[in-house]
Design a protein around this ligand. Structure first.
Ligand SMILES: Nc1ncnc2c1ncn2[C@@H]1O[C@H](COP(=O)(O)OP(=O)(O)OP(=O)(O)O)[C@@H](O)[C@H]1O
Ligand SMILES: [Mg+2]
Length: 476
């Protein structure tokens, strides 16, 4: 019993020493050294320059790949270099250091060599001979794809717009740097929904092989629908900034016919967002130049030839008036609803715009929201921006706007009832906003300038996410 206790204490002490000191690392190193002695290795050299002293592109790609690996930190000597952004620091492998990577459960060793006499650098890959056939090709392809991804993240995003189809013009797209500041984080929407969209986008990016296996065009289509000023365009900018994809904003009014639309798609590249805003306004008019079938073919992406990995985004205000063939699965993969503000999104806006986590006027605001008042995030955001020097004034103005909104809705409902009984014409019939009658509209505009106020109806269902009443968690 005594010896048993001594053995436990001794092994506890030994473990403590192993964990507290570098002994464990040393033991591991020796073990690896012993293990390596039992295998035969194959070596591959990737020199920085070829025989004609031209830069070897593969060297650059492997360097970028290796420096992106978390295990660079584990090498004995790593350089710390400031990155492109002001607070960015990158780790760069020093000469004659070894990095151990893992691929398809095989270990790959990389040695960063520098010739002492010529100063020429090269990277030497060492893999077990038994793993060579199995992993070499896929591993090199994997390095290529990771490099492309890293480059994609670094590249400047551009916004392309289609110009009039004039014979003397060279190409249909004109581009400018895309500088929209919106990010995925600044868009106010349900957190779960936002995370779902984010992981959907990320899984799409990784699904090249999957789409190819199915014989499908590698594209994903999103429909953003909801009233005006609810953040649809802002969300598109957030996606572009998240993925670092160029944006091709298709203006259908400048498209002359179906073949012109086809040409536009052919002139886009891969890794892009192709956007048609306010699609409903084109589908509604009989006189649009591209026909419905032309637009449907465009949405299906069957003309794509010169690139893939495209994301198509269409925005509309009201889903109910759209031809169901446009929205069928496969043509549009994901529907995302952008609702008017509720109390939760109001709180997120108050936090981001006014720095308010709580305020004595919040219960009053909540009460008005419960009566069914609804303004868009654009409308509430605008009030907050114009009154940002005084949060209390901002909240009072929001309350007044919501009250006017509630009264207008009640007045519209009343007018509609009278209209149904044949005595009065509704606001819609007289061409006024469905929410604001002329009197209230004037009063409302006074509150925060000439913000565009459009007729909007509160939609209640959306497919990719949660329902309005579940809209309990928001971020900014
Ligand atoms: N959900 C939101 N999150 C953050 N900002 C928003 C949101 N909704 C609207 N905004 C702000 O309101 C303004 C208008 O929003 P946006 O243009 O994205 O609306 P929209 O839904 O595209 O409207 P429309 O249907 O009229 O095109 C933007 O300046 C944006 O910053
Ligand atoms: Mg928009």
């Amino acid at each position: 019993m005594f010896w048993y206790l001594i053995a436990i204490i001794a092994s506890g002490l030994f473990l403590k020493i192993l964990l507290k000191t570098s002994l464990l690392q040393i033991v591991k190193k020796w073990w690896r050294f012993l293990e390596d002695g039992c295998y035969v290795y194959q070596f591959y050299r990737v020199p920085q320059f070829n025989h004609n002293m031209q830069e070897n592109q593969l060297y650059r790609k492997v360097c970028t790949y290796l420096n992106s690996l978390p295990c660079v930190e584990d090498s004995d000597f790593t350089n710390l270099i400031s990155g492109d952004k002001s607070n960015e620091i990158s780790l760069v492998l020093d000469s004659n250091q070894i990095v151990v990577d893992k691929f398809l459960s095989a270990r790959v060793f990389w040695i960063n060599e520098k010739n002492e006499f010529t100063g020429l650098k090269s990277l030497v890959m060492k893999i077990r001979k038994k793993d060579k056939r199995r992993i070499l090709q896929p591993y090199l392809q994997y390095i290529h794809s990771v490099f492309d991804e890293i480059e994609q993240r670094k590249k400047e995003v551009r916004l392309f717009v289609n110009v009039d189809n004039e014979p003397q013009r060279n190409g249909r797209w004109r581009s400018v740097p895309f500088t929209h500041p919106a990010t995925f984080d600044t868009v106010v929407m349900d957190t779960d929904l936002k995370n779902k969209v984010k992981s959907d986008l990320e899984s799409f990016q990784k699904s090249k092989q999957y789409y190819h296996r199915l014989g499908k065009v590698w594209k994903r289509s999103y429909l953003l629908y909801g009233p005006s000023g609810t953040g649809k365009s802002t969300f598109i900018a957030g996606i572009a900034n998240l993925l670092n994809y160029d944006v091709y904003d298709v203006d259908l009014s400048k498209v002359t016919d179906d073949s012109d639309l086809k040409m536009l798609l052919l002139q886009t590249t891969s890794k892009t967002l192709i956007v048609i805003e306010d699609l409903d306004s084109y589908l509604g008019t009989k006189s649009t130049a591209p026909s419905l079938s032309g637009i449907l073919n465009f949405m299906d992406g069957i003309f794509s030839c010169c690139g893939e990995e495209r994301i198509m985004i269409f925005t509309i205000n009201n889903k109910d008036q759209i031809d169901p063939t446009v929205l069928r699965p496969g043509r549009i993969d994901v529907h995302i609803h952008f609702p008017l503000c509720n109390f939760n999104s109001f709180k997120t806006l108050a936090n981001s715009h006014l720095g308010l986590k709580d305020h004595k006027l919040f219960p009053q605001v909540e009460e008005i929201f419960q009566t069914g008042a609804a303004l868009s995030p654009a409308e509430i955001g605008e009030i907050m921006i114009s009154n940002r020097s005084s949060p209390t004034r901002a909240l009072k103005t929001v309350i007044s706007a919501l009250q006017i909104n509630t009264e207008s809705r009640a007045a519209t409902r009343h007018a509609r009832r009278l209209s149904e009984s044949g005595s009065v014409r509704t606001a819609e019939e007289t061409g006024e906003s469905g929410i604001f009658c002329r009197e209230n509209l004037r009063e409302f505009k006074k509150l925060y300038g000439l913000l565009r106020v459009r007729s909007c109806r509160k939609d209640s269902s959306y497919e990719f996410g949660t329902s309005d009443k579940d809209n309990s968690r928001h971020d900014n």
